[in-house]
Every structure is written in C-alpha cells, then in structure tokens.
Design a protein around this ligand. Structure first.
Ligand SMILES: Cc1cc2nc3c(=O)[nH]c(=O)nc-3n(C[C@H](O)[C@H](O)[C@H](O)COP(=O)(O)OP(=O)(O)OC[C@H]3O[C@@H](n4cnc5c(N)ncnc54)[C@H](O)[C@@H]3O)c2cc1C
Length: 481
C-alpha cells in the first residue's frame, strides 16, 4: 500500500508493480500530484558522481548517513534512463554552471543552475539541471506527473482518491506494519491490508501549523497545494515509534500573499529598481544576490528585547520602471501558476494588494513604517549606489537609483516544501530511534528527505523519484529494474 500519489508515491507504485507486487495507492485529494505537479520539475544532472557525493555529504553536515547519500547519487545517475523508459522527454539547463548566478534578469531571486553552494567541496560534480520541456501544453512538474500518472494507469495500479490515510495498523505480536486505515468521503473508514508493506509518501507539513510552530519556529505561508501535505505521515510514523529526522529543514522562498488565494505567490523581480526593508525600514542584504531558496533570510533578525522578528514580514519596494517590467511574482510554477496577476502589476495596485506612494515617506505610512527612516534608507541606497559603495555589496549592474512613484508589498518566507519526517535507511526502510528497522514500513519523497538545512536547489524532485523507486523495489522484495 502506497500512501500519497505524488512523485514519490507514483514512482514507488510503478517500481513495486514492476517487481511483481499488487499495489494500492491511497491519495487524500481528489486528484494526485501534490507538490510534484506544481513544481519546477528541475532535477540535478550528475556530472561527477564521486564529487557530487562529496558535496552532498558536506551539505548534510553529517545529518545524513553516507549510505543514503550514495544511494541517492546512484539513483540520480540511473534516473534519466528510467524516465525515458516511461516515455518522458527531458531538456537540460546548464546556464551559469561554474558561476553562482546567471547574469541579467530576474534580479530577485536570481537564477542559477549549479549548486547554491559553489564554494563547498564537490560542487563541480553537479552539472546543472534537467526538466520536462513544453509538450502537449504541459511542462515542468505537470508534464512529469502526467507521465507518472499514465504509467500507473497503464499498469492497472489501483488508486483510491479522496481517502486520507489516518493510522498505521501493526501486528501486536511481531510489530510488523500490516496495513493502514483511512477515511473515505462521508466518513467511511477504509482498512487496507498490506502483505509486503506500507510506503509513506504523503509529503511534509507545509500545511500544518502545529508542526511548523514546533520545528520551524513560526507559522508560515506556503506556495504548495493548500491543505494536502499536512504532516499526516509524520504523525502516523511517530505514533508507532519511528525516529524523526531533518524536522527543522524546509525550503523557503520569498513570497507574497494576496486576498482570496490560500497559497502564496513567489516573488520575481525583473528589473533593477528595488530594495527590501524590515520593520525598522532598514535594508539587511544585497537583494539582488538572493536565490530562490533564500526565503529563510526573513526568519532571521529576531529582536531579543521586543521579541519580534523584524523581517516577518518585510516590505519589497520598487519603482515605476520595475513595476512595468513584468509581474512581481512568478507564474510558471507553484499552486497559483498560470494566472491571477497582471503583467504590469497595475490591477494589483488598483486592488490595493500593492501599495503606492509618491515619496518613500508616503509609502512608509501605508506599511506602518517610520516615514523618516524609509526616506533615509532610500536616500542612502541611491547615494551609495552612485559611489559604488553599497553597505551590502550590491553591484551597480544589478541596481539603479529609486525614484517616485514608489510601490511596496509585504513579503514573507513561504514554504516550498519541508524535509522532515520518519528517518529512513538507504533502502527506504523506516527506522526506530535505536536504528532498528520497523518491519513492513517504508518511506519516500520529501517526507523524511535526506536534505538538511543546506539545500543545493533542484534536489527534492529527483529525490522523490529516486527514493520512491527504492522504497517500491525494497517493499516488493525486488531489485530496481
Ligand atoms: C512550487 C514548487 C516548486 C518546486 N520546484 C522544485 C524543483 O524545480 N526541483 C526540485 O527538486 N524540487 C522542487 N520542489 C519540491 C518537490 O517538487 C517536492 O518536494 C517533491 O515533488 C515531493 O514529492 P512527494 O511525492 O514526496 O510529495 P507530493 O508530490 O507533495 O505528494 C504527496 C501526496 O500525498 C498526499 N497526501 C498527504 N497526506 C495524505 C494522507 N493522509 N493520505 C493520503 N494521501 C496524502 C498529498 O495530497 C499529495 O498528493 C518544488 C515544490 C513546489 C511546491
């Protein structure tokens, strides 16, 4: 029984089926896909396996065992051939490999295809990313999930939708996990018996406030599909004694909240006239050198005396030319992809989602910031830019002086996905706190991911497929085919 029909669950189901198992997939939502369907779908290209391992090991800060990292890199190496076998078409993106960022727009967050940590040993083992190109109207995560869904259907694998798994069933005498209970529409209980095992592939806790508060230290918005990945897998595994790992780790991006939208929009700034300020109207970084996973910077800046997080939220301030250069949000991925935002941000100004002011002081009042402080911040930014001496090292090539009218919008650290969950071994078996395997229980995907706090980018999507394949094959007692 596979719990969760996203990338990891689909890969597990396909692999277990191909190893001879009869598979049932249980999915909470009416349609599968989860984060996988809305994702950028970027997967790491292995340029040098040994170096990639060295790099990932360094990034794990010893928080992930070497066997799991090795299994991941081996799985990544074999992944393109498997995807092609399933009918997937891939296009590589190696822009900017060897440098930190791709030069030119967008200016925030910057695009890059190498590791987010080029100075860490082994970074040159990563050779950019590949993803699904546009075909039949679908690309990225949507195209990837369509491929997986088609392969699941072609194999006759049963998928029970609108069924939220609730509890694992365990044999009292042997301790073996023998099934799972779930709730069907109308409240009917489903009891699914598993002879080979249960694979938990039901995502993290991007939509669970209690787990976020406990492990991330704050309740945060999310750009993933609302109310799906709500920590169910964490609780089910915890209830039968699984060890948890990597609970503090989450991929965060800068995001904007808009009325009527549950999920956040990712920030995307296409021109150079912008800054970010905290609640004291102060800048705190080179805004043009943030990458797509640097949202955590807004969680920093805790003022110990007032017990407030000064950057939660922050305010993104931009000028007229930047407003006209394109939507200040990304529309090519995420739950709100494909619409809901005007090209020149004009509709959002009209609706009051974006505030405006003729002067920094006027804009400051709209956000409850000190008008004189924001005037001073903008004046300093403009002056330092002219002298090439920005306090945060922002380069003139990535900037221009700000002039009115000014625009502003609140920005938050928004969850792309979380990494924590039950600890799994390299072969997908779930472990207890003493390192013993829990018989009959397996895990895959972002639920109990190998990634810790240092996320290299483009690394969860491939992991979902690799770890799904591994868990499926192990549970079915076969080898990866
Ligand atoms: C906007 C966005 C962009 C991203 N871009 C990239 C990228 O370019 N590259 C990259 O490496 N990573 C990216 N990621 C992250 C990556 O896509 C995910 O971490 C990965 O796809 C997770 O796959 P999964 O199968 O573990 O989880 P999911 O795909 O989220 O699937 C989990 C499924 O479990 C279901 N479920 C939850 N609870 C239950 C329950 N109790 N019972 C039954 N079913 C349940 C959910 O409804 C969901 O369908 C992105 C994520 C987002 C949100």
């Amino acid at each position: 029984v596979v719990v969760g029909f996203g990338g990891a669950g689909a890969a597990a189901a396909i692999e277990a089926h191909d190893a001879g198992a009869r598979v049932l997939v249980i999915e909470k939502a009416a349609v599968g896909g989860g984060n996988t369907r809305v994702a950028g779908g970027n997967i790491r290209i292995v340029r040098g396996a040994a170096k990639m391992m060295q790099h990932f090991r360094a990034l794990s800060e010893r928080g992930t065992d070497v066997e799991s990292i090795q299994a991941h890199v081996e799985g990544l190496t074999a992944l393109p051939a498997w995807i092609e076998k399933l009918g997937g078409v891939l296009s590589p993106d190696e822009r900017g490999v060897g440098t930190l960022f791709v030069e030119g727009p967008p200016y925030c967050p910057r695009e890059y295809s190498g590791s987010a940590f080029p100075a860490v040993a082994g970074a040159d083992g990563l050779g950019g990313r590949y993803r699904w190109p546009l075909q039949n109207g679908l690309d990225r995560g949507e195209a990837a999930f369509a491929m997986l869904e088609r392969n699941v259907a072609e194999r006759g694998i049963e998928v029970t939708s609108e069924c939220a798994a609730r509890r694992l069933i365990r044999d009292g005498a042997t301790g073996r996990v023998t099934g799972v209970t779930g709730t069907l529409p109308g409240g009917t209980e489903l009891q699914a018996r598993a002879t080979s095992g249960v694979i938990l592939a039901c995502g993290g806790f991007a939509w669970d406030t209690a787990l976020q508060r406990d492990y991330l230290g704050a309740v945060l918005p999310s750009s993933s599909p609302p109310h799906r990945n709500a920590g169910d897998g964490v609780r089910m595994a915890e209830a039968i004694g699984a060890a948890l790992w990597h609970m503090r780790a989450a991929v965060l991006q800068l995001g904007i909240l808009a009325p009527g939208f549950d999920a956040s929009f990712p920030v995307r700034i296409r021109e150079r006239g912008f800054i970010i300020v905290d609640q004291h109207a102060k800048r705190f970084c080179d805004e043009s050198r943030l990458d797509g996973h640097d949202g955590g910077i807004l969680l920093q800046g805790l003022d110990m005396r007032s017990a407030t997080r000064l950057r939660l939220p922050s305010v993104l301030i931009f000028d007229e030319r930047t407003r006209l250069a394109g939507p200040v949000v990304g529309t090519d991925r995420g739950y709100n992809r494909g619409g809901g935002w005007s090209n020149d941000n004009g509709a959002e100004v009209e609706k009051g989602w974006i505030e405006t002011g003729a002067t920094p002081a006027e804009l400051a009042r709209r956000f409850g910031l000190d008008p004189a402080d924001l005037e001073a911040t903008v004046a300093t930014f403009n002056r330092d830019l002219e002298m090439g001496s920005d306090a945060f090292g922002r380069r003139p090539a990535d900037s221009w002086p700000l002039s009115g009218p000014f625009y502003g919008v609140r920005i938050w650290p928004c969850i792309v996905n979380t990494q924590g969950g039950p600890r799994r071994a390299a072969d997908g078996r779930i472990l207890d706190p003493f390192g013993a395997t829990i018989p009959g229980l397996f895990g895959a995907g972002e639920l109990g991911s190998i990634w810790t706090g240092l996320y290299p980018g483009g690394a969860n999507f491939g992991e979902a497929l690799v770890s799904g394949r591994t868990a499926g094959a192990t549970a079915a007692g076969g080898a990866i085919g």
